[in-house]
Each structure stands twice: as C-alpha cells, then as structure tokens.
Design a protein around this ligand. Structure first.
Ligand SMILES: [Zn+2]
Length: 463
C-alpha cells in the first residue's frame, strides 16, 4: 500500500490526491467570484478599488484568512492576505490589479458590468484585464488554506489598485509604504498567457519575464504668429513637423535580451521553415538590417520587441487657415527596452530632432527601468515543469510585453516577477482588452486556475 503511494508520489509530483482541491467545485466558485468582481465598477480614473477590496475581504473573513486593506487615497484600495508556510524560504507573491480601464458603453454589445456568460464566454470589462488573474490568485490562496497544503514559504495574495494609470496609488505605494506586507522572493503577475486554436486546444504558453517601459514625451514648438500670406522662418507648425518627422524616421538600434533571445529561439523551433529562418537570422552572429526588416514584415510586434520604439500619436497646432499660430504641440509614445536609460534616451531624441526651438518634456515616469526576470529561477522552471505535466508537448516561451505592468516596479524593487494569465485565442490575442466587448473563455479561465495552483504548489510546497 505504502509502496503504491510512493509510486504515485513520483509520477504526480508528490501531491497526494487528498491534497488536490475539489476541482469542479473550485472552478465553479472561481467563476462566480470573477462574475461578482466584474460587476463592481472599478474603472479608472476614479478606480474605487475599495469595492473589490471589501468584497474580497468579506470572502477571506468567512474563510478565516486574515487580510488587510491599504488605501493610498480614500477609495484607492489594495488588499493583502497570506497563507503561512514554515518560513524556511521567502514568500511567493500572487498579484493582480483591481482597477480596469474606462468603458465607452455605447460601443459595447453587452453591459460591461453585468458579468454575462454566453456560450462559454464571459463578456465584461476586466474579464481578461485583470480580474481573471485576481480571481485565479485568490482561488489558489483559498485552496492552499483549505487543503492545509504544507508550504515551506508563505503565499501572499495581493489585489492591487491603480495599475492602469501606472501603479502610483497601487504597487508603487505598496512597495514604498508597506513593503513588509508584500515582500517576496518571487511574484506571479498578469501578462503571460496560453494561446489556443479553434478547437480550444493550446498551441503554446507564454510566460512574461520582461516588458518595455513607457517613456512618452510632449513636444512644443513656439514661433512668431502672423498672417498666412507672409512666410515666417520660425513657423512652429513647420518646425514641429520637421522634428516629429525626424523622430518618426529614426529607428533605434535592435537589441536582444535573455528573454527575447530565448523567445525567438524557441519560436524558431515551432515555426514553419520560412519564419524559422528569419528568427534564426536575427539570433545569428551579426544580423543585417535586411534580417530585421524581414522580422518586421512577419509582425510589427516582433519589430517592437527588439528595439525602443518611437511612435508619434498626437499633433496639434493652428486654428485658422490663414493664421500662423504661435505654438504647436505633439505627443510621442516611446516604449523603451527595459534597461534603457531614460535621460540618455531623451538627449538622443533631442539631437535627432535637431530643432532647438522644440521643447521636449517627458511625461511622469511611473514605470522604472529594470532588469528582466531570469529564466533559470524556481518560478520559470516551475511553469515549464507544470505545463509540461498538464499539457505535454506544448511549447513554453518566455516573452517580453511591449506594454507595461506592475512587474516593472516589482523587478526594480528586486522581486523577480513572472506574468501568466488565462489563455486567449490565436485569432484575437487582444480579446477586447482596453477596447469594447472584452471577453474571457470560461474554459481557459478554469484551466488557468488549475495551472496556477499547481505552479504555486511546485514553488511553495514543502517536500
Ligand atoms: Zn492589466
């Protein structure tokens, strides 16, 4: 008998069946929690994350799990709860953000705050970004507590405010004012995902280990106003147009880091020969500009992943057809590689514009530069191991987001952070995130909860 158990132990990573959650019940409960959460309107800019924090606190109280709510400002709440381990290792932090981006209700075919599930899909603001991740992390905490899973490190749950506005009233506040409550050896956050095809079977899993940092700038050109019939050399519309044009044309040099190198390397292994050749070319000793151009033709996302990108997004100037205005303005969305030094970048941009009359003012920098999270850590290896066990043969890739998350602050604070969330369909990876009709496949969500629990046990479970 004991021999049989020992054998099962070897094959199933030493978690006795008794230690497993009751999955059908746990998944049903998680979906209900998610539906409850999306019904609470925590949209920016007000946030009102306190609504979600209070709801979760009530649930934790009922379960007997102690929790605390921290407010950076009235209503801008984050919630922390902890399941204790034996303390032999430092904690694992599971987090997601409670706020969502605002909705344009008239654009939606569904009430964005009704939590409607139709044909196996939940349609709601926050379904994918990021209440699915909040709920998955929350359910894992509940199950660890209920199953009394032996842990050699604490597992901390954090539902955090203000991510969509850069995290100042959320993760930055928590790190600066309550670091002791969330300090951890590793974090698991949003942004990675599985990818599935038409039959809902997975084609790959992506673990986010790096991300670009927003370094947006405002530009302002001033000049002499006057009559449209008399050309003036310092016309700010012309000056600004030249400056913006030069920035637009300026291609920052390509640069790979450990994550992107591994990403394109593993992508090459699973891609058809034509694509694989492009990926291998940029990984070779000295890739040419043509190689990078071919990468760009494959996807603008790949193009953005290998360099700091410069994208003009707003141009404003003038108000009458026959009047030279005294000023013109522009905004340029810059997404820097994670380790790019902002000051060096801004002075390079000034030189590139070559227009002393154009003022460059950086936006507030809420996301710090940081080192990507390493790939040889307990967390990344746990994802590979668990996904390999649950979904044998499906590739696992480390990836770098072109967008930003709270992981920037965590990594900068010395807490390597790994992004993983519910899977999205190959044909619509954006899944309405930040747009209209945001959605989440219920099956993908349920699988995610189970994966995350297994990963947490792999990392924090006592042998
Ligand atoms: Zn998000």
């Amino acid at each position: 008998m004991s021999l049989r158990i020992a054998t099962a132990c070897l094959t199933f990573a030493c978690i006795g069946a008794a230690g497993q959650p009751d999955w059908p019940a746990a998944k049903q409960e998680a979906l209900q929690t998610l539906v409850d959460l999306v019904k609470l309107d925590t949209s920016q800019p007000e946030g009102n994350e306190i609504l979600a924090a209070r709801y979760l606190k009530q649930r934790l109280d009922a379960e007997g799990i102690p929790s605390e709510i921290f407010e950076a400002e009235p209503g801008r709440a984050s919630i922390v709860a902890r399941v204790k381990g034996n303390g032999s290792k430092r904690p694992l932090l599971l987090l997601g953000h409670l706020d969502v981006v605002a909705v344009e209700r008239e654009e939606w075919s569904f009430d964005p705050f009704a939590g409607e599930v139709k044909d196996g899909i939940l349609y709601a603001r926050g379904a994918s970004d990021d209440k699915g991740v909040v709920t998955g992390s929350f359910q894992v905490l509940l199950e660890l507590h209920r199953q009394k899973t032996p842990l050699d490190r604490d597992v901390i749950f954090l539902g955090v405010a203000d991510e969509e506005a850069g995290g100042v009233k959320g993760i930055t506040f928590m790190l600066e004012s309550h670091r002791d409550k969330i300090d951890a050896e590793f974090a698991i956050n949003e942004a990675g995902k599985g990818v599935f095809g038409r039959d809902l079977s997975y084609s790959r899993f992506e673990i986010q280990t790096a991300e670009k940092t927003p370094r947006r700038i405002n530009l302002k050109a001033v000049g002499t106003s006057g009559h449209g019939s008399i050309p003036l050399k310092d016309n700010p519309v012309g000056t600004l147009a030249r400056a913006v044009g030069r920035l637009f044309d300026h291609e920052m040099p390509p640069r790979l880091n450990e994550t992107t190198r591994e990403y394109f390397g593993r992508l090459a292994e699973i891609s058809e020969p034509g694509k694989a050749e492009v990926f291998r070319a940029i990984l070779a000793e000295s890739p040419t500009a043509e190689d990078y151009e071919r990468l760009r033709e494959l996807s603008p996302v790949y193009h953005s992943m290998v360099r700091t990108s410069i994208v003009p997004t707003i141009l404003q100037g003038g108000y009458l057809k026959n009047v030279i205005p005294s000023e013109a303005r522009a905004t340029v969305d810059i997404r820097a590689l994670p380790d790019e030094d902002p000051e060096r970048l801004f002075s390079l941009l000034k030189r590139t514009m070559g227009e002393p009359a154009v003022d460059l003012v950086p936006h507030p920098q809420t996301r710090p530069s940081h080192d990507p999270s390493a790939l040889d850590t307990k967390v990344f290896l746990a994802f590979e191991k668990v996904l390999g066990r649950l979904y044998p043969g499906i590739p696992v890739l480390p990836t770098m987001s072109t967008g930003a998350t709270d992981s920037a602050q965590l990594r900068d604070a010395g807490i390597p952070s790994y992004g993983f969330g519910p899977a999205r369909p190959e044909w619509d990876l954006a899944s309405g995130i930040h747009g209209r009709n945001e959605y989440l496949h219920v099956k993908a969500f349920e699988d995610y909860v189970e994966i995350l629990w297994n990963v947490a046990v792999e990392i924090a479970g006592a042998p």
